[in-house]
Each structure stands twice: as C-alpha cells, then as structure tokens.
Unconditional design. Sequence first.
Length: 590
Amino acid sequence: MNQNEILERAKAYITEEQDKTFCEEVEKLIQTNNLTELEDRFYQNLEFGTGGLRGVIGGGTNRMNTWVINRATQGLANYFIKTFPEKAKAGKLSAVVAYDSRRYSDVFAEATACIFAANGFKTYLFTGLRPTPELSYAIRTLGCDTGVVVTASHNPPQYNGYKAYWNDGAQVIEPHDKGIIDEVNSVDTVKTVSKDEAIKSGMLTMIDSIIDEKYWQMVKKQLFRPELIREKAKEVKVVYTPLHGTGAMHVEKVLEDLGLTVITVPEQRNPDGNFPTVEKPNPEEAPALKMAVELAEKEKADVVMATDPDADRFGSAVPDAQGKFVLITGNQMGALLTDYILLSRKELGSMPKNPAVIRSIVTSPFADKICASYDVALEECLTGFKWIAAVMADFEKTGRNNYVFGFEESYGYNVETDVRDKDGVSAAAMCAEMTLYWRSQGKSLLQRLEELYNKFGYFEDRAISQNFPGATGSQTMKNIMSKLRTEGLKTLGGKKVVSIRDVGTSTIYDPANPAEKKPLNLPKSNVLQFFLEDGSIVSARPSGTEPKIKFYINGNAPVCNGNLEVAKETASKLCDAIATEIKQVLDAAK
C-alpha cells in the first residue's frame, strides 16, 4: 500500500470514527507527516480472527477503537440474523455483553450492546465489570444466542480486545468463525441507538446480582468436601491478587463464604486499566506475583492466588520446606487438579461412566499418566479453551464420554460444565479445597507434586516466544512455519525426532519416511509437533491473537531409584539444549 493510499484511508477513518480522542491522534499524525506510524495504523483492518479481536488501543483501522468495535458487532449481528432467520424475524434473538477493567472497556461494551439492540436483539449488559467466565455462564443462564466480553486478557495495558461467543457459552469455532469474519469484512452500514433509547424501548436490560448470586452458588457446588472446608478453613491463609482486574469481587466472595481467610494485595485490589504495579498483568509470569509473594511471606500464608484482568486465568505459588514461595506452573497445577479431582471422585463414589479429562495439544502429557492411573480417558484438542468446550459439547452430544476436567498449560482450568471457558474463580475455589485436603493428609501441594513425579516421572516445560510486529511480521512467521514443514527437524537436544504431527495438514508421519502420512483426528490448525525418542515433545505455533510465534517444550525424564534430583537435572539439560536450538531458528528468521 503506497503513501497516498495510507493517507486516504486515514482521512476516511476520521470522518467515520465517533471518538474524538482517536480522531485527534490520527489528525496529528497526518499534520506531522508521520508516515511510518500511519502505515502501521492503516496498512490493514485489525483482523477479526477466529476468537474475535485484540490490538493496541488507538486511532486507526489497525487499532482497537469504536470504529473497529462497531464494525465487528454489526458483522456479528448480521451473521446471527442470517443464521437464525426465523428467530430474527420473530424478534427473539438475544445477546449479553460484559467487560473488564481495561481502558475503554466500558465504552466498547456499551457500543456493542447498543448495536445489538438496534439490530433487534434482546440485549443484556452488566452494570459493571465482570469476569469472562461469568459472561459464558450468563449466556447459558439467560439462554442467549451470543455474547461478547471486552477484554485483552493478560496483555499489557496498551491492549484491549473483544471475544465473541456462541449460544452454548463457548467462543465461536468453525464453521461459524469464518462466517462471522466474512460478515465483519463486508460491513458497510452500522445500526445503533443510544443507551437510553435502548433501555426505554425494552431492548436493553442492565444486569448484575441476578447472575452474580447464581454464579457464586454454581462455583461452590463444584467442591467435593464442604465439611472439610468448614472444619479446617481457618487453618489456611490465602493471599490473593486480582492484578487490578475483575476477580476481587468473586474470588473474595466465594473463598470468604467458605470460611477461608483471604488477604488481598491492597495495591492491586482496585480495578485499573493502567495496571500501575505490574509491567504485564499476567499470572503466568513471576514479576506479576511479586507483591503477592512478598505479602504472603510477611503474613506466613499457605498459598498465593492470582487471576488475570478478566479472571479466566489462575496462577498460584506455595511455600517450600524453607518457607520460600515457589510458583506453580500451568502444567503443574493442571496435573495437581487432575489428580485431586479424580482422587476425590473415586473416593466419594461420584466418578461418572466413561470419565474423561481434556487438555490442549501443547499441554504437558504429565496429566495423561495421572489419568491412566485412575482408568480415566485423556482427550487432546487444539490450543484455546473454545476447543476444550467443543470436545465437552461433543461428549454431551454423542455420550461417548463424561467430562470431569479440562485445562491448558497457559493457566486455564475448568472444573464445571456450566461455564464453557476457563474459569479462574472456580479454579481458586478448587485449589483452596485441594490445599486443605492435602494439609489434612499431612502434605503440602509441593509434596504431593513430588509424589506424582516419583510415580510417573519428572516433567519440565518451557515456553519460548518471539514477536514479529508490523506489516512484515506475519510473513516472517509464515516463512518460519514453512521452513519447519519443508526442512523439518531430525534431532532436537541430541534426541532423535521419531514422529512429526502436522496439524495444519491433519497428518502424522515418521521423518525418516515422510511419504507415508497417517490421518490425524484434529481440526486443521497451523501447529507443528516434534515427538522425540525419549517421549519429549516440541511444538511450534503462531499465536492467533498476537504477532508472535510460540514454541512449547515438554521435556521429561524417568525417576530411577527414587532419585528425583537426577531426573530434574536430566530434563533441565534437555530443555536447555532444545531452547538454544529454537532460539537459533528464530534469530535466523529476523
């Protein structure tokens, strides 16, 4: 796109954007002839991907702003009107909208609700910020056809986003995702009304406690041992941080209802889209939990809990034998919860027929071994919780299995079927009960984790990612994946690659004989997985929401003669070697 085209797009945007701040940003760039910045903001429309939108807040077609939100919502509304014409004709389509604490989230949410209302949807809008899992719950509870939550999850403060949901409470998947994208890309007119007009006409209803109270009760009903909690709750002290997001209202309410002592990090309790105490509000990263850990050490707490801004992710840390807090990774917490949930169901006689746990393909196979020990099936799915929800829905439709738990390595867990997304609130409640249970058995969470390692082998996981921003970034990522597909990897970390799974072509094959490919029972996705001779796995996957490519290393080593430290050293050296090779691949692509 040449300079004249960029300038024409910028001037056209100004005439259509309703927010003065965004218009002024672009006008200033035009006046100062900042063509580099203008190109980045206008070389494309911010892509409505398979899960929705995510981008930097600001003026421009390649930014998050009301112009982009309006087009996205009109396209989403158009798709539902065309997909359910009889329902649309009868005026029975409905939608619910929620938002988190990020900058402009309330503005974008109101704009979304008003466009739904103008298009004939009976629309519900939360009166204040709410977690993403509650949006999923509200869709199912209110019987809505769709829902939207305005959030950029755990991204830095300059970002915001928009997640679109189907009538089952899960984010949209194929074929609907592609259909919605086509509708968004073809929008030429946006229908809207004011919030007051929408409320007066009865097309918009504001909601809060009617959903909150039901959601709290649902979360508490998932727990296995309420009597243990009543007896032992005062023995466990929790330090919690919502990282300036939506979680405090729900996590504090549920845990305190259970009788637990909850100390919330005061500097991080109140919602603030600038996230002033952290660089990134991501509970996966140690710096985000620094203040919570310091408070926990001071208070001699038993567990640190954290949720990200929209409270769908859950992070934790627990003290070791010396009282030093150790962060629990997403894979480790997934394994601990898998073990605790299956153990509890078995002990209490509540294990359903044909039980199954679901994990994403880039999540550690540690849980597979735990499931096998309980004679429980383990099903893999694509990365993203919408795919866990899709398998859950398939279980319900076919009856082939009964869902008991789902998780992914990126700190996402779901212990209920009432929500079809990851739920940091219910994960916090289950983690609290699990902590109490193992304490009643004379063990800490770390001690139980070591028992699992000694039984099933040691598992170590690494994640490596590199950003490729700008107009050329997307092509660079495509080139990396193409090179990996055509040239492959014969060894990694000194270990032979014995199998390659190309999810993009739905095939799996031996690199020594690539012509003989076997079909793979997974939807197509741009993911490559390399299976090593020792059982370790390396996965490559471009992000679906950010301009970066991710590599996941799932290393493991057997524990021989009870010597866990040797296994840890072996796995760590392997992961180090593989990480070095991956970084070389990424550096060569720059």
